[in-house]
Design a protein around this ligand. Structure first.
Ligand SMILES: *[C@@H]1O[C@H](CO)[C@@H](O)[C@H](O)[C@H]1NC(C)=O
Length: 366
């Protein structure tokens, strides 16, 4: 099985021309086959390019705050004027923040091309205080909306591309679907997004996946609750939350309660981006591996995407979850980073061509 690009003919032609990596066959590191192994090895081995952030805290209407990490790239040669410097807005995955190796690699790809980056840290995970008992969930797009408004307010002439990883991808797609032509973004990119949260959590509860990944992530979620115990105690039974053994239990006892869902299943249905794709209105490229333990292939929205002019799915047989390790010593840039670099460049350097290829009519161009 080799890689497959699922999209319209026109979008495909654009991608083959401007993102040649889509035509490559992804071959994993020879000693690191299998989605689980790729995912694990990546977490231990991947390098962390040095990045210096400028932190900004912005306030929200509910009295909370959001921690943004900027890389302004003032030294940008192609875009010396900050007012029109293209901006990549990065959304990390569950429990992740701006220090994740995949975020640092993405920033390295974007800044070398002259672009500005901004990491939207979910509330409570970037060292900042929680001012209200509100954290984050994959279905609630209010904070992302606030961030995009803030960025567009600062740089109205700079195009913004959203790049979401795993849960950050769910949030991004939910946002793009909710806002349609009014998203303030020129394109979207996702890596290893879970398409159906119910199916994802079933896959994550298979014994080996629970042992290798789920348990560890649940601990991370609980650590954040402990750190903000004082304020969260006002709205949830913290001791009960901390007894969670799986992400689903955590979402049952915490996330769905906090965001007003009747049940975790209701939250998971609302958070799943697959069926919302038809409401999106900008070019979107999504990379998924068929052996991803977090995002099972039985949930890939092939039929839906086949009917959409603006969405492309790039599916590889191997690669695991946010891993895609290649070469004998896979510490540096690999398939995932090259694809990201080529795609953001194609969006920012060929804006007219990509809109045309995705059947986006002139009236919608802002
Ligand atoms: C997100 O959650 C907040 C706090 O619970 C709520 O006020 C807001 O309406 C929600 N937004 C969306 C888009 O669901």
């Amino acid at each position: 099985v080799s890689s497959a690009l699922v999209c319209s003919e026109a979008f495909g032609a654009f991608l083959y021309q401007h993102c040649p990596v889509v035509a490559e066959r992804f071959t994993p590191t020879p000693w690191c086959w299998g989605g689980r192994l790729q995912t694990l090895v990546c977490a231990f081995l991947k390098s962390k390019p040095p990045v210096t952030y400028r932190n900004e805290l912005i306030h929200t209407v509910d009295g909370g705050q959001i921690s943004l990490d900027w890389v302004d790239n003032q030294a940008s040669a192609p875009y010396p004027d900050s007012s029109n410097r293209p901006t990549v807005l990065i959304l990390p995955g569950l429990t992740g923040n701006s220090q994740q190796s995949y975020v640092l690699h993405a920033i390295s790809q974007a800044t070398r091309r002259g672009y500005r980056c901004l990491v939207f840290n979910n509330r409570g995970v970037a060292g900042e205080e929680l001012l209200t008992p509100v954290t984050y969930c994959a279905a609630n797009t209010s904070d992302l909306e606030r961030v995009v408004q803030h960025v567009k307010g600062l740089y109205p002439a700079a195009p913004v591309l959203g790049a979401g990883v795993s849960m950050g991808g769910m949030l991004l797609l939910n946002y793009l679907a909710r806002k349609g032509t009014d998203s303030g973004m020129v394109a979207g990119f996702t890596i290893s997004v879970p398409w159906d949260a119910v199916k994802s959590s079933a896959s994550m509860e298979e014994p080996l996946n629970w042992l290798l990944f789920n348990k560890f992530l649940t601990r991370g979620l609980c650590r954040a609750v402990t750190r903000h115990r004082k304020i969260l105690e006002k709205v949830v039974d913290v001791d009960y939350v901390l007894k969670s053994q799986t992400i689903r239990e955590f979402d049952e006892r915490f996330t769905s309660l906090l965001f007003g869902y009747k049940s975790c299943t209701e939250y998971y249905r609302d958070a799943s981006p697959d069926k919302k794709l038809p409401s999106t209105a900008v070019p979107i490229l999504c990379l998924n591996a068929a052996d991803d333990p977090f995002s099972p292939k039985n949930a890939f929205p092939l039929t839906i995407v086949q009917g959409l002019p603006n969405v492309a799915l790039l599916l590889t047989a191997h690669g695991g979850h946010i891993a895609f390790l290649q070469g004998l010593f896979p510490r540096g840039e690999s398939y995932m980073e090259r694809l990201f670099g080529q795609f953001i460049q194609s969006v920012f350097e060929h804006p007219r061509d990509i809109k045309k290829a995705c059947g986006i009519v002139k009236e919608q161009i802002s």
